[in-house]
Design a protein around this ligand. Structure first.
Ligand SMILES: [Zn+2]
Ligand SMILES: [Zn+2]
Length: 251
């Protein structure tokens, strides 16, 4: 970028900030989407679970006794889904649809997850090659309403910061109702068969090695893990060897 263009861009950004000042989503202080004071209340103390049995797992991995052919291998979350984090994610996903929050959330996601030793182990020594990042897809109808897939924006941020490739190999074929308020059994029923491989990647290309052996599924919130579990099942049935979940928040 030339210095003139740079100057124009900076001036424009300042002008936009002037027109649309950023407010802390928690206390409304002008400056950023989260002020330093509210940031200090974010809980990085995340309780990890085995997604298969929903019981505690100290390292975030699926218990050996819960492992099966198509089961997810584990999941790591960056922050606890409480207070300010709830507000940030809400504003990111629902009206006023602050897609711009992605920068704040990506920073939070990366800075926290990179400190997780178990995630680091998988990242640095992926047992089956790779890894690649795959966002949990939205159904076309929901994508049209929101204008963006929040999980895709999070995955793009992580992809840049972790220097990992991003693949949109999953497609959501059923517009499932929100998992909110459903119990574990109902969540599993609700999400069953909601995903397929993206038709962009026909099954023949799987065999040709387009689809990697190790995948990190990226999503915003981990509650019971039914969504990650189902997405992992589809990927593993398609030949992916290892699948972990990465979520910004853990409910
Ligand atoms: Zn604040
Ligand atoms: Zn288990």
């Amino acid at each position: 970028m030339s210095s003139v263009n740079f100057f124009v861009t900076i001036t424009l950004m300042m002008f936009l900030d002037f027109l649309f000042p950023k407010y802390c989503v928690n206390c409304r202080k002008i400056g950023d989407y989260i002020c330093a004071n509210c940031f200090s209340f974010i809980s990085f103390d995340v309780e990890m679970i085995c997604l298969v049995c929903n019981k505690g797992s100290f390292d975030g991995l699926t218990h050996p006794k819960c492992e099966s052919k198509y089961a997810i291998d584990g999941a790591f979350s960056a922050v606890s889904y409480k207070g300010i984090v709830k507000k940030l994610i809400y504003n990111f996903k629902y009206k006023p649809f602050l897609a711009d929050l992605k920068n704040t959330l990506n920073e939070l996601f990366y800075e926290s997850i990179i400190q997780n030793e178990n995630f680091q182990k998988v990242l640095n020594h992926p047992p089956a090659g790779g890894p690649f990042l795959v966002p949990i897809p939205l159904h076309k109808r929901r994508l049209r309403t929101r204008g963006y897939n929040h999980s895709q924006l999070l995955a793009e941020g992580l992809s840049r910061k972790l220097n990992l490739g991003l693949l949109d190999i999953l497609e959501r074929t059923r517009d499932t109702k929100s998992q909110f308020g459903l119990n574990l059994k109902k969540r599993k029923e609700n999400i069953k068969d909601a995903f397929t491989l993206n038709t962009k990647y026909p099954s023949a290309s799987l065999r040709a090695g387009i689809i990697p052996n190790t995948i990190f599924l990226v999503d915003d919130i981990l509650t019971t893990g039914s969504t990650l579990l189902e997405a992992a099942r589809i990927l593993k049935r398609s030949g992916v060897k290892k699948v972990w979940g990465l979520t910004l928040a853990r409910d």
